[in-house]
Design a protein. Structure first.
Length: 514
């Protein structure tokens, strides 16, 4: 096949398999990596440390709230029938000691305000060997534990003796009935032999008599052996000394309860963070955010803690010391506005990042004003946050002076129902000159896009900067913001990521498809 052939395909030519090609710059969907989960655990270590501390406190509270119990143990040496299975006999004895009958007898003797089942829940029976059994009872006080344990051992031996004696009496009674029947037969044979005619053979009767006599003797021997074994079982079973109190360490109990609480709280915190990372659709990586907005991430700054109480007062205090992240964002905005002469408009679009964006605009505007730039600021943020940071309490156009600046900054704060142009009063037409809409060298617009908002900023801004906080916005929302900006003919000049992960190795670059 040659180049002239119609079916010739170069070796390095990608084959068309009919599948839809991916848009360049869009990352391939993938599973959550272990390093992503580990990064989330490091980032949110405050949460799982707090849950671990809460677990530790709860574990220590258990030691204080729940009254500790003392345990006493008694050892019993038990004798069994040598002809029986010793292991099986010991298992039967353990079952007898753990019955409600024994527990109820203990409750009755000690007059406890407990039920048999409640006492059994505090009892433990352990088979040590084929001849040694241990019983343990827990109670609120050491004396109660010792008394209940010794009583339980005595009651168990008593019940066990009664069972063996009852079994012996039943067996002996049956054997004695059999023996009585044999004795009657023997007496009958004696009479028949005595009444036999002289000269007749009594050998068969003598043989039968001998057999019955042997059976009677065997039964009598069995009765004697059974009585002897029963007597040995009863007399050979006893307790080894008195009940002893187990060692009770308060420090060990505190350590164990606190340790279990600490481990439990730690597991809950780590599991919650890991599960939330796996199921969350919020974006944190630069490449994911760049792909959703279809624009490159030009700047990544550290996290910004937005105050929740006394918000305005605390943000205004930060104007003097905004911090390194806000200063970097302000310098970035200043660099995008450029040093060229002529009007320049920039829309700063905050996506869940209104506070750092507002502070950064204040810093950039201050720098431009000191450089003798004609600056106009349009505040379209929720609650008109930017105007309130400048100290403006009413809507309209206001001139805000800065130290070191020759001219004030024009700050336009529209009311909720006013358009931007309607907010400019008539005494300020001198700021508008031919060829520009705003009449200033630089125009900065702050807004936070929400679903359903309509943008008409063509006369005020020529490009946009999107400020995104890592882990707060989903891909769907960021794509919606990008579509709204494209619909308003505002190209995204830069994307700023707030709170970027330190383990994020992606660059966040985006190349538009050819």
């Amino acid at each position: 096949m040659t180049v002239e052939d119609p079916g010739y395909v170069p070796i390095d030519e990608p084959l068309d398999d009919g599948s839809t090609s991916r848009t360049p710059g869009r990352p391939v969907e993938q599973f959550v990596a272990i390093r992503t989960v580990m990064g989330a655990l490091r980032r949110r270590r405050r949460l799982w440390v707090i849950t671990a501390i809460i677990g530790l406190v709860l574990g220590l509270a258990v030691t204080v709230v729940i009254t500790p119990k003392y345990t006493a143990t008694s050892s019993l040496l038990l004798f069994h029938n040598p002809a029986d299975d010793q292991t099986l006999d010991m298992a039967n004895d353990a079952a007898i000691a753990d019955t409600a009958t024994v527990a109820q007898d203990v409750v009755n003797r000690l007059r406890l305000s407990l039920t048999a089942n409640q006492l059994l829940s505090d009892c433990q029976v352990v088979v040590v060997s084929d001849a040694l059994l241990q019983v343990s009872v827990s109670a609120a006080t050491p004396s109660a534990a010792l008394l209940r344990t010794s009583t339980l051992a005595a009651v168990f031996l008593n019940v066990r003796t009664q069972l063996y004696e009852a079994q012996n009496h039943s067996t002996v009674a049956i054997l004695e009935q059999t023996e009585a029947s044999l004795d009657a037969t023997v007496q009958s044979l004696y009479l028949r032999i005595a009444q036999a005619a002289s000269g007749s053979s009594t050998a068969p009767l003598q043989n039968e008599l001998s057999q019955y006599q042997q059976q009677a003797a065997s039964i009598q021997s069995t009765i004697t052996a059974d009585n002897s074994v029963t007597s040995s079982i009863v007399s050979g079973s006893h307790t080894l000394g008195t009940a002893t109190l187990n060692k009770h360490s308060a420090a060990k109990r505190v350590a164990v309860d606190g340790g279990f609480g600490l481990i439990g709280g730690l597991v809950v915190g780590l599991g919650f963070v890991a599960l939330q990372t796996v199921v969350s659709d919020r974006l944190r990586r630069r490449d994911e955010i760049a792909s959703a907005l279809e624009a490159s991430v030009r700047l990544s700054i550290d996290g910004f803690h937005s105050p929740r109480w006394m918000r305005l007062w605390r943000l205004r205090r930060r104007l003097t010391h905004p911090g390194k992240p806000v200063n970097r964002l302000a310098r970035h905005l200043r660099a995008l506005l450029g040093d060229a002469h002529g009007p320049r408009g920039l829309a700063v679009v905050a996506v869940d990042s209104i506070d750092p964006a507002a502070l950064a605009i204040c810093g950039a505007v201050r720098t431009l004003a000191v450089e003798n730039k004609h600056v106009t600021v349009v505040d379209l943020s929720p609650e008109r946050l930017l105007g309130r940071l400048f100290g403006l309490k009413e809507a309209g156009a206001h001139e805000v002076p800065f130290d070191g600046a020759d001219e004030p900054v024009l700050v336009i704060v529209p009311s909720d129902d006013d358009a931007i142009d309607e907010a400019i009063p008539e005494p300020l037409p001198t700021r508008r000159h031919a060829g520009t809409s705003s009449g200033s060298d630089t125009t900065v617009v702050l807004l936070e896009l929400r679903p359903g908002d309509r943008l008409d900023l063509a006369e005020w801004a020529s490009e946009a900067v999107v400020v995104v906080t890592a882990g707060r916005s989903s891909a769907t929302r960021l794509r919606g913001v990008a579509e709204m900006l494209r619909g308003a003919e505002l190209p995204i000049a830069s994307v700023v990521l707030v709170g970027a992960d330190h383990n994020d190795g992606t660059l966040g670059t985006f190349e538009a498809p050819a």
